[in-house]
Structure formats: structure tokens, C-alpha cells
Design a binder for this molecule. Structure first.
Ligand code: C2E
Ligand code: MG
Ligand code: MG
Ligand code: MG
Length: 288
């Protein structure tokens, strides 16, 4: 009897596995065709200078909505694109589109763009970026490439060579999701990093979790000592914005200021900045 039930448990897992492999295979097929049909879009989330509460730039975030699977989050489809060898083509497309959009913003606004670990090990990547910048007319010093600690950890020598070429071209490098990966503080000295992005898992809980608040304070002190700028992600509450500003964090992004939106929908935001308005906009707050 034990044998039989053991076998049925095994069969159960086998079926579960089949289902997930099938799901993954279908998703991969749909992703390939979405790339071919140019259906993956880039949205833009504002990044503010916290002291002045003005928009200083936008982070480009990939968006994909499939007719069968619906909205698939980038945390799900980017790893698939990496695994099945289409990430370089996807990055190329998205970066090209993001640079085209950013080239129309006022000159003091930067474009922040997420780069996959795969690209940090591709010695042709810096040249590709330079050529995309040249085509769009966006100046290299207005581009920030966001990388993660994990991507440095895998092959530090290859990553260093790529990052140094990018830095020589005056492109900035930001360390994303800081504090969540293989946080080797040495990375901040060894690589040409000009910004760290404090992961939203800390920002979201800094008010009710003393440890999150302590980690943020430590990152701010460390970055200041090293001459590295700080960006906090996941700002949802006015009190969190106030605390971070007071603690000397330079930049912030989060739903308090706005989620990522299609290029056509940020035009107004970009225009309001020219008029001297500060965020979050008063007109968005309940009146009376
Ligand atoms: P990330 O680079 O750390 O991006 C920030 C994520 O936090 C975004 O999720 C954004 O929508 C979300 N977010 C922003 N403000 C708030 C907030 O106030 N509260 C909360 N709860 N979340 C907030 P998204 O767009 O789902 O992207 C997830 C991750 O996928 C990104 O994390 C990035 O690692 C990756 N990703 C997105 N687009 C690309 C891309 O074009 N290329 C690559 N390689 N990775 C991408
Ligand atoms: Mg990012
Ligand atoms: Mg992040
Ligand atoms: Mg993240």
C-alpha cells in the first residue's frame, strides 16, 4: 500500500511539473513572438530630486501584456528572455525606444535603464550602447545604467571591463536593489559606481521596522563617505519622503510621485516641471 501511495505522489509531482514546463514553454513562445512583433513596451517612472521635489529623470521599465497570459511582470519575463537567449535583442529594442523618448526631455533630465547581468559579460555591449545613443542624439552623460550586485558577483573581471568602458564614455552606473544581494561593500570602490538605489523592501518598511530604518541610515552614511549619490525606491508615504529627505537621500521614486506610465502619458508631467511645480502635485491631493 505504501508503494502505491508513493507512486501516486510521484505521479502527482510529475503532472505538476509537466504543467509548469508547458506553461513556461508557451510563455517563451509568446515572448519570442512579442519581441518579433515589437509588442514589449517601455514605461517611465519619475525620479525626483528630494530636496526640491522636482523630476530629475525617469526609470524605464519594461511592460508586456499578452493576449492569453494578460499582464506578465518583468520579474517573470526578463529571466525567461535571459534563459532563452533573446535578452540582448530585447535590451537593444527597449534601450533604443527609451533613448528616443528621453532625447525629447529637458536637458537636466536623465534616463535610468535596467541592464541584465548577461550584458555585463558581453564585451560588445558598450559599443552597442554608444551607437544607440548616437542614433537617438541623447548625450551619454544623461544615461544611467542600473545593474545589480548579483551581476557583479558572477564574473567581476568581465563586468569591470565593461563598466569601465561605459564610465569612460561618461555613462553613469547605478547599483540597483542595494542591500539585497551579495552586498560586498568593496564593489563600491572596485567598480565605477556613481549611484546606489536603496531597495524598496527597506523603504516600504522603514516606518514600522527599526532594522530597515537602520540599514537605510547606514547606506546613506556609507554612500556619502564614498561620494556616491543615493536613490530610494518604493516611496509611497509623505512621511517616508520627509524622513529620507531629512536624512540626506538625494533622489527618490515611488507611487507617491507616480507609477511607470507610457511615454505619451508623462509629457504632461515633464511640462509641469518647466512651470516650476513640485511633486507630489497639490492638485492630486484631496481639496478642502
Ligand atoms: P527595479 O529595477 O528595482 O524596478 C523598480 C520596481 O519597483 C518596478 O517594478 C516598479 O514598478 C516598482 N515600484 C516603483 N515604485 C514603487 C512603490 O512605491 N511601491 C512598490 N511596491 N513598488 C514600486 P517592475 O516594473 O515590476 O520591475 C521589476 C523588476 O524587473 C525591476 O526592478 C527590474 O529589475 C526588472 N526590469 C524591469 N524592466 C526591465 C528592463 O527593461 N530590463 C531589465 N533587464 N530588467 C527590467
Ligand atoms: Mg531598476
Ligand atoms: Mg530596484
Ligand atoms: Mg527590484
Amino acid at each position: 500500500r505504501a508503494k502505491t501511495s508513493g507512486r501516486s505522489v510521484y505521479r502527482f509531482f510529475e503532472m505538476e511539473m509537466d504543467a509548469s514546463i508547458l506553461h513556461r514553454t508557451l510563455l517563451e513562445q509568446r515572448l519570442r513572438s512579442a519581441l518579433a512583433e515589437d509588442e514589449i513596451q517601455v514605461h517611465f517612472q519619475p525620479i525626483l530630486d528630494l530636496a526640491s521635489r522636482k523630476i530629475r529623470g525617469f526609470e524605464a521599465l519594461a511592460r508586456w501584456s499578452d493576449r492569453d497570459f494578460g499582464h506578465v511582470p518583468p520579474n517573470q519575463f526578463i529571466p525567461i528572455a535571459e534563459d532563452c537567449g533573446i535578452i540582448s535583442e530585447l535590451t537593444d529594442r527597449l534601450l533604443r525606444e527609451a533613448c528616443r523618448v528621453a532625447s525629447k526631455w529637458p536637458e537636466h533630465m536623465f534616463l535610468s535603464f535596467n541592464v541584465s547581468p548577461v550584458q555585463l559579460h558581453d564585451h560588445t555591449f558598450p559599443l552597442k550602447v554608444m551607437s544607440i545613443l548616437a542614433d537617438s542624439g541623447l548625450s551619454p552623460d544623461r544615461l544611467i545604467l542600473e545593474i545589480t550586485e548579483t551581476s557583479l558577483f558572477k564574473n567581476p573581471r568581465a563586468a569591470k571591463a565593461v563598466l569601465e568602458q561605459l564610465a569612460e564614455a561618461r555613462i553613469q552606473i547605478a547599483l540597483d536593489d542595494f542591500g539585497t544581494g551579495h552586498s560586498s561593500l568593496g564593489y563600491l570602490r572596485d567598480f565605477p559606481i556613481s549611484k546606489v538605489k536603496i531597495d524598496k523592501s527597506f523603504t516600504l518598511h522603514m516606518e514600522d521596522d527599526a532594522e530597515c530604518a537602520a540599514i537605510i541610515d547606514a547606506i546613506l552614511v556609507l554612500a556619502k563617505g564614498l561620494g556616491i549619490e543615493t536613490v530610494a525606491e518604493g516611496i509611497e508615504q509623505p512621511a517616508v519622503m520627509a524622513k529620507l529627505t531629512e536624512s540626506g537621500c538625494q533622489f527618490g521614486q515611488g507611487f507617491l510621485f507616480g507609477a511607470a506610465k507610457a511615454a505619451a502619458r508623462i509629457d504632461e508631467m515633464v511640462a509641469e516641471q518647466g512651470s516650476g511645480a513640485t511633486m507630489p502635485y497639490a492638485r492630486d491631493e484631496p481639496s478642502g
